[in-house]
Design a protein around this ligand. Structure first.
Ligand code: NI
Ligand code: MN
Length: 230
């Protein structure tokens, strides 16, 4: 069993879970770091953490083209259904569900805001704990630091995906504190270097992760992949 993680720039990731393609926050159109055109992306499930345009991204087009089901909170799922997405699962914070016989997704809290691109109410912002192929992945979404990340860490997180870009989310210093709450084996940075306000020195971040936490940093270039063998 294996999970291949590919960074699409910003907070967009493609996961391949034992051959099942999953997209998270698929912001490609308008993303200056996007390594592939939208047309090249495949998905069985598309996870959307909150309503902002840099996270909903191309979810509607992708779901309509690929037939992928979306997974988000209930307000965003209703909005996606109105845009023609046929299967839009609407969970809420703290709830989990099995999908496709190979993955369980739990919505976690995130400290941020959430309105959809047309101004509609997006509900509460979320992160995800994705359990699949014997691994637990925690995608924090856009969030500030919060100490209850330690409760998420108690679940035994293998890989954490954390924003480091500051300005809209936690920055480098708070991401290091988050890692010490979460205690993952591996950590990937996200939500940085897309626009000048969220520029971050990712090699400095990686060095500090290695020296100040117990996690191994995984820094990918856009389009780059890391495979987690289980
Ligand atoms: Ni946001
Ligand atoms: Mn964002």
């Amino acid at each position: 069993m294996a999970i291949r993680i590919t960074w699409l720039g910003h907070s967009a990731f493609a996961l391949d879970i034992d051959g099942h393609p999953i997209l998270i926050d698929p912001f490609v159109t308008g993303n200056p770091l996007a390594p592939f055109p939208v047309a090249d992306l495949k998905a069985e499930f598309i996870l959307v953490s909150h309503g902002h345009g840099d996270h909903v991204g191309d979810a509607v087009e992708l779901a309509n083209r690929t037939g992928a089901a979306t997974i988000s909170n209930v307000e965003i799922s209703a909005w996606l259904r109105n845009k023609g997405v046929e299967t839009a699962h609407g969970q809420n914070s703290g709830g989990s569900c099995d999908y496709g016989g190979f993955m369980r997704v739990k919505l976690t809290q995130a400290f941020h805001s959430s309105s959809l691109p047309d101004g509609s109410y997006g509900g509460m912002p979320n992160g995800f704990v994705i359990s699949a192929a014997g691994q637990h992945l925690y995608f924090a979404g856009d969030t500030a630091l919060f100490s209850d990340m330690s409760l998420i860490g108690d679940e035994g997180i293998d890989v954490a995906f954390l924003p480091i870009g500051d300005y809209f989310t936690m920055g480098v210093a708070d991401s290091l504190r988050a890692i010490n709450f979460i205690r993952p084996r591996f950590v990937l940075p996200m939500h940085y270097n897309t626009i000048p306000q969220i520029a971050a020195d990712v090699s400095m971040w990686g060095n500090r992760v290695s020296s100040e936490t117990g996690a191994q940093p995984i820094v990918l270039d856009p389009g780059g992949s890391y495979t987690l063998h289980t």
